[in-house]
Structure formats: C-alpha cells, structure tokens
Design a protein around this ligand. Structure first.
Ligand code: ATP
Length: 319
C-alpha cells in the first residue's frame, strides 16, 4: 500500500481537523502518500481529490469544523454510487481510506472495504452516540461549549429568580445533557434514556425556592422534546418564571478542547497503523482510556449506552 485517502462525512465536529492532521502526518511519516477528499462521499464520486503534504495540515489542529468539508450524499448507499467512487479511487491510485464521521459514514466505509478498498472509521460527532467507544471526537468540546452557556445563564437566572430550560443537542442520545448537566450543577437533567416526572420536577423547584434558592436550571436533551413544549408542560404545575434557551448549532463549532485534540490525534495515528497492517472495515474507539478497534459490523448490531450513573449522581447532589 502506497497511497491512502481521507474524508470527513456526515455532521461536522470539533477535532475532525486534528484527526485529519494526525492521519496525514503519521502516514507521511510511515512513507505513504495522502490524498484529501473534499465533501465526503459526494466529493469522492465527483473526484474532488487533491494530494496533501505535511504543510496541508499545518495550522489546522486548533480549528473547529473540518477543512475537508462535509456533505450528505445518500446516493452512496447504492452500489452505483459506490462504483463511481471506486472509479475515482482507481484514477487517483488510492488503495485505502480513513473515514471520519458517524454511523452512516461507517456504512460507506464498510462497503468500500467489501469492494477491496480497506477503510477505517473514526468516530466524529458531538453526540457521542456511537457504540464501542466511550467518547467520540467533538463531544468534549461540545460539552464545554454548553457549560460555558449554562454558567452564563445561571448568572441571569439567579439575578431574576428564574427557572431556565436549556435545550442541548445529542439527537437520540442524552450524553451532552448528562455531562453538561452534572458539570453545570443543573437541578434536573432530562434525557431520552430515562422517564421523567413533571410533578416531581415542579416539587423540586418549589422546595428549592422555599429554602431561598434563586435559580433553577433544567438541561433538556433535544431527543426528548422541544424546550418550548417542556416549559409549557412545566407551567401547568406552577409559575416558576420559566425562560427557554435553545443553544443550537453553537454546540457544533469552536476550537476543540485539548482532550478532543489529543484523542483525535491518537485515533488518527492508530487508523494508519491498522491500514499498514492490511486491515479494513474497522471502527476506532476509546475504551477505558485505551485506543481500540472493532468490526464495523459489530457496531451495527449494538447500541450506544449513555453513562446513566451521571443521572443518578445528579439526583443525589443537585437539589
Ligand atoms: P452524523 O452522525 O453526524 O449524522 P453520519 O455519518 O451518521 O454522521 P449520515 O448522513 O448518516 O451521517 O451519513 C453520511 C454519509 O455516509 C451519507 O451522506 C452517505 O454518503 C454515506 N452513507 C450513509 N449510509 C450509507 C450506506 N448504507 N451505505 C453506504 N454509504 C452510506
């Protein structure tokens, strides 16, 4: 193997650039050539491919987003789309690939491996919703971004004795809510993985107020319901001077944290090692602080599990 390609696909996440940098630099260090593929599988099919050198990834480690851009390209789920991509791989002499993205991107990586082009997946999403990894690239940054806002909202909530419902991202997963909720000292964390009882939440806010508490923060995962809807429901149990904040796409941007940069660097270098060993169809992850890999096929058969001990922890320390 002489030449590898790299692409980012699906939703972007801070730390993707650090991963691209690590893959590129490590591959060059090992005597390989590296080609960047813009706009994910769409760019692959379109032949939007360019040779990279050490400098191509210079001054990128601290930047959010992905400098290779990302795209959704559903046509790649069809064999015709995949064959068009392979045509381009052959044209550029690319024998293997690193794909940074989520679940859908992993499907594409597995298909390419089955066609004879080894592909390794790296978990790039702020949602932390990928199985067989404790953390995904971008999650830590997103949690810290949320936390900064939670701290600010707490200031104004206290000044005006308000209750805030803060809606955070995560799609079907409650991870961002759980981590930012515990770190931000939220009175309640509402996640899709756990039932909630509005009466109990209202009672808790009331009890807090009765003992002189000035603010109440509720962190709501987007996978449960919209914050407006939640606030309206809460309003049926009493007037808590409730305000709503939907943090939205600010959670996807920004300079990656040290933790995301280091993990992305470790994962990127590891992916190159796997390709050098002639492996493909694998997803890289981190488990108990160790970089690991699993068959992509195994991931499709399993489910991500949020760290629900944080939910119980929060109930026992935040009231
Ligand atoms: P995110 O978690 O941020 O949504 P993702 O990788 O899951 O990331 P998707 O839009 O599901 O995002 O997938 C990204 C791209 O992967 C798709 O646009 C498509 O090009 C490719 N892809 C998705 N599903 C398949 C599939 N079944 N076979 C081949 N390629 C696929």
């Amino acid at each position: 193997m002489k030449r590898i390609g790299i692409l980012t696909s699906g939703g972007d996440a801070p730390g993707m650039n650090a991963a691209i940098r690590a893959v590129t630099r490590k591959a060059i260090h090992e005597g390989l050539e590296v080609y960047g593929i813009n706009y994910g599988y769409a760019g692959l099919v379109a032949g939007d491919i360019f040779k990279m050198d050490e400098s191509s990834v210079g001054d990128k480690i601290q930047r959010g987003g992905t400098f290779l851009y990302s795209a959704r390209y559903p046509e790649f789920a069809q064999v015709e789309g995949q064959l068009k991509g392979i045509e381009q791989l052959n044209k550029f002499g690319i024998e293997a690939l690193v794909v940074i993205g989520g679940d859908g991107s992993y499907h594409g990586a597995l298909r390419l491996t089955e066609h004879g082009y080894n592909a390794i997946g790296l978990p790039g999403t702020i949602d932390n919703d990928i199985p067989y990894t404790d953390f995904t690239i971008g999650f830590d940054t997103a949690v810290n971004t949320v936390l900064e806002s939670v701290d600010r909202i707490r200031d104004t909530a206290t000044s005006h004795e308000r209750t805030f419902v803060i809606e955070v991202m995560g799609r079907g997963a409650g991870d961002i809510a759980l981590w930012s909720g515990v770190a931000g000292g939220a009175e309640a964390i509402i996640v899709p993985e756990k039932e909630f009882d509005m009466q109990a939440i209202a009672d808790k806010i009331r009890a807090g107020r009765n003992r002189g508490k000035k603010h109440s923060l509720i962190i709501l995962a987007e996978g449960v319901m919209h914050a407006d809807e939640f606030a309206e429901e809460l309003g049926k149990f009493g007037d808590f001077h409730t305000r709503v904040t939907v943090l939205g796409h600010v959670q996807r941007g920004g300079s990656p944290t040290a933790r995301d940069r280091v993990m992305a660097s470790q994962m990127g270098a590891y992916a190159v090692d796997l390709l050098l060993q002639g492996k493909g169809g694998l997803a890289v992850g981190i488990e108990n602080n160790k970089i690991v890999s699993h068959d992509i096929l195994d991931l499709f058969d399993s489910k991500h599990h949020a760290e629900l001990s944080l939910f119980d922890l929060n109930r026992s320390i935040s009231y």
